[in-house]
Ligand binder design. Structure first.
Ligand SMILES: Cc1cc2nc3c(=O)[nH]c(=O)nc-3n(C[C@H](O)[C@H](O)[C@H](O)COP(=O)(O)OP(=O)(O)OC[C@H]3O[C@@H](n4cnc5c(N)ncnc54)[C@H](O)[C@@H]3O)c2cc1C
Length: 461
């Protein structure tokens, strides 16, 4: 592609900003990033409270976050945040140690079985499911892998592996099929409580591309990265270091694609581009009160785009930042495993104490209120349930200082994943001078989405 190609990027989150960085590094400097909000970072949102930044969105990374590491190197920053630590409580608020055999004498046989299954699972993933962990979902439904290795060098890898079709199954079914049901006890912590849905509804492809074996072991060992000034700082820094900073408060009214050009009407002005990369939501079922819209609402969408994007759903994941009395401040972060099942929809699944050296900071709470086969719990009902749960946990809130019901983890379900949704969308890349990127194309975490942008630039530019 001509290095002077005029490229419009929609969205100033990790996907959009890293697309800018990788384009720039490849010699494409004629890009414009349009961001609808008055800040960059998207779901990496780190507001300030009492002089310190806390996390309303993304919190942590792992050492295999190679794309995030590219950004750190580009900006000369590092992961310098507070060390993470956590403990566990049951639904009644009692501290438990579910993985400690000495504290669970009756559960020893199950724990031993789980340990054995985890080992088996690691071996299965390396052999039977070779290629399962490449970024993105290209070829999975057809029993192929095609992408870049999850290594610092990210070498291109591709091959046939019919077993990969199993990744289209819901994760619970995938585990059952492989006789490793108990691994879910470990995978559920960094999966469901982090808002990515329930194992009986979410295709294994999503679970395992995010929580590949190595990443899960990093969670188990708490070998995790955080950033002192919050995850938003990574993207603020990237924005500052780019040749062209994101244009904030950009209200895109219309996008029309004709005669090999892309016309974007933004804040009342028509701008002309050659290509457009969409990292913003492709489709939002229903309406949202925060003004977010799917691209299918402001683009001249074609029938194939409309048809495919209508299959996308997302998680209703709610975050509260609350104050407590000093004596009620939790001593550490807690996972509440009992509340990570569909029957406990809307309940508190995890709460996070970020700054352990002080009690004058907020704690943040996390709950899911939608399951594929259940009625959605209204926002206010869920908020009340979470505040009630905090009382049960022995850490009652005195005040809510911030709240967010976020457009989270866009995905398709097994039926569409199996029917080759990803290969169909991948085949449309550049068809209408449009590239589709962002969370839906890989996974809803900072690294997978930035890595997808890297690969998109590598493949098409
Ligand atoms: C509570 C929470 C916890 C999380 N925890 C972690 C974690 O610990 N680790 C991790 O790696 N990830 C975590 N994530 C996920 C991570 O934040 C996201 O996966 C990542 O930010 C996705 O990047 P993105 O650029 O694809 O999308 P987004 O971050 O959503 O960015 C999209 C951008 O596009 C903009 N936009 C939308 N529509 C338009 C439009 N029409 N015009 C212009 N701009 C538009 C948005 O304002 C936004 O800035 C968490 C997220 C949340 C909410």
């Amino acid at each position: 592609m001509d290095k002077n190609t005029r490229i419009c990027i929609i969205g100033g989150g990790p996907a959009g900003l890293s697309a800018g960085m990788y384009l720039e590094q490849k010699g494409y400097e004629n890009y414009t990033i349009l961001e609808r909000l008055d800040r960059v970072g998207g779901k990496c949102w780190s507001p300030t409270y009492n002089g310190r930044r806390y996390e309303m969105g993304a919190i942590m990374g792992v050492p295999s976050y190679y794309a995030v590491h590219d950004v750190e190197e580009f900006c000369g920053i590092t992961h310098d945040g507070p060390k993470l630590n956590r403990n566990y409580k049951n639904g009644a608020g009692k501290v438990i140690e579910p993985f400690e055999p000495k504290k669970n004498i009756f559960k020893i046989p199950r724990l031993l079985k789980m340990k054995k299954q985890i080992q088996q699972f690691g071996e299965l993933l390396e052999t039977k499911y070779k290629g399962y962990d490449v970024n993105g979902h290209r070829g999975v439904a057809e029993g192929r892998y095609d992408g870049f290795a999850v290594t610092p060098g990210r070498e291109p890898v591709s091959g046939e592996n019919p077993n990969l079709k199993d990744l289209c199954l819901p994760f619970a079914e995938f585990c059952r099929k492989n006789g490793v049901e108990l691994v879910q006890d470990v995978w559920i912590g960094p999966y469901t409580s982090f808002g990515y849905g329930y194992f009986d509804e979410i295709p294994a492809g999503y679970v395992l591309k995010y929580l590949d074996f190595q990443t899960t072991m990093n969670f188990v060992k708490i070998n995790l990265w955080t950033w002192k000034n919050g995850t938003q700082y990574i993207w603020e820094q990237l924005n500052e270091h780019l040749k062209h900073q994101a244009r904030l408060n950009s209200n895109i009214e219309k996008v029309e694609r004709r005669d090999g050009k892309v016309y974007v009407t933004v804040n009342g002005q028509v701008e002309e581009y050659d290509k457009i990369i969409v990292t913003a939501p492709l489709h939002i079922p229903g309406t949202r009160t925060d003004g977010q819209r799917g691209m299918d609402e402001y683009f001249d969408v074609r029938d194939d785009e409309k048809e495919l994007f209508s299959k996308i759903d997302y998680e209703r994941y709610d975050v509260l930042a609350v104050e407590t009395k000093p004596e009620d401040h939790p001593e550490i972060s807690y996972y509440v495993f009992d509340n990570m099942i569909p029957a406990k929809l809307g309940h508190l699944m995890v709460y996070y104490r970020r700054w352990r050296d002080t009690k004058d900071q907020v704690i943040t709470t996390y709950a899911l209120r939608k399951h594929k086969n259940k009625e959605e719990i209204p926002y206010e009902t869920c908020k009340k349930m979470v505040l009630d749960d905090l009382k049960i946990m022995g850490n009652p809130a005195t005040n809510v200082v911030n709240e967010w019901s976020v457009y989270y983890f866009p995905h398709v379900f097994s039926e569409d994943y199996t029917a080759g949704w990803y290969d169909k969308v991948e085949a449309m890349q550049d068809k209408y001078d449009t590239f589709y990127a962002g969370e839906i194309m890989a996974f809803g975490d900072m690294d997978e989405t930035a890595e997808y942008s890297r690969e998109l630039v590598e493949r098409f530019f």
